[in-house]
Design a protein around this ligand. Structure first.
Ligand code: 13P
Length: 249
């Protein structure tokens, strides 16, 4: 049985003081929450937030990392530095990294393997553009991004991977995929995992949905068989909106 995994991606928001205030609210309000939780603050707030959520039921996530361990890579942050801050999970292949910063599947795969090699868990994001969906290519795009993102990842290591299906046209737009459409893609991705890693691994892997998840639509999405959690952007920036999602009924 997969347990629900609700994650907040704070993107490039919040000073340390603002991040600390939200982390304190969430730690208190999610104490009795039944699911798995994660917050991914911006790099500069990781240490502050990590100190607050330590020992709670909320994991500390980073939003990205470099594809190399260390060296002459101005402006990058390495897996070793993330681990030094207590980071447990890293989000890789987010659509903003893919489309705004031109990260391709080869680079994302390098990051996935490096994170796993160093013992981190990974949330690998996949998802199609609106034009790709309209052209009937949504499944194909998600399959390619999943297979290429996991290239060289062993069956043992895939147990530390969560997939997040985030249709690009639903991110920050207020447009949510219908629970039926999202579930269909999730089922398809689970099939891709089954072909590559076997049915048992496919049954175990958690697939989050991301894209305009709100308190009003969380329960309908989570009710679907193949939707195992959420990767929340805008609504994760306030306890008032994140807590009801995290405690959906
Ligand atoms: P929104 O919830 O703001 O649509 O963002 C989704 C997202 O990109 C989470 O990673």
């Amino acid at each position: 049985m997969r347990n629900y995994y609700i994650a907040g991606n704070w993107k490039m928001h919040k000073t340390r003081a603002e991040a600390a205030a939200l982390a304190q609210d969430l730690t208190a309000q999610l104490k009795d929450g039944k699911h798995q939780y994660l917050v991914a603050p911006t790099f500069t707030a990781l240490e502050t937030v990590g100190a607050i959520i330590k020992g709670s039921n909320i994991l500390l996530g980073a939003q990205n990392m470099a594809s190399e361990e260390q060296g002459a890579h101005t402006g990058e942050v390495s897996v070793l530095q993330l681990k030094d801050l207590g980071v447990q999970v890293v989000i890789l292949g987010h659509s903003e990294r893919r489309h705004t910063y031109k990260e391709d599947d080869v680079l994302i795969n390098k990051k996935v393997r490096l994170a796993l090699k160093h013992g981190l868990e990974v949330i690998l994001c996949v998802g199609e553009l609106l034009a790709e969906r309209e052209a009937g290519k949504a499944e194909n795009i998600c399959e390619t991004q999943t297979i290429q993102g996991l290239q060289g990842v062993t069956a043992e290591d895939v147990a530390r991977v969560t997939i997040a299906y985030e249709p690009v046209w639903a991110i920050g737009t207020g447009k949510t995929a219908t629970p039926e459409d999202a579930d269909a893609i999730h089922a398809y991705i689970r099939g891709v995992i089954a072909r590559r890693y076997g049915v048992e691994a496919a049954q175990k892997i958690r697939i989050q949905y991301g894209g305009s998840v709100k308190p009003e639509n969380a329960a309908q999405l989570m009710a679907k068989e193949n939707i195992d959690g959420a990767l929340v952007g805008g609504a994760a920036l306030k306890a008032d909106t994140f807590v009801p999602i995290a405690k959906f009924q």
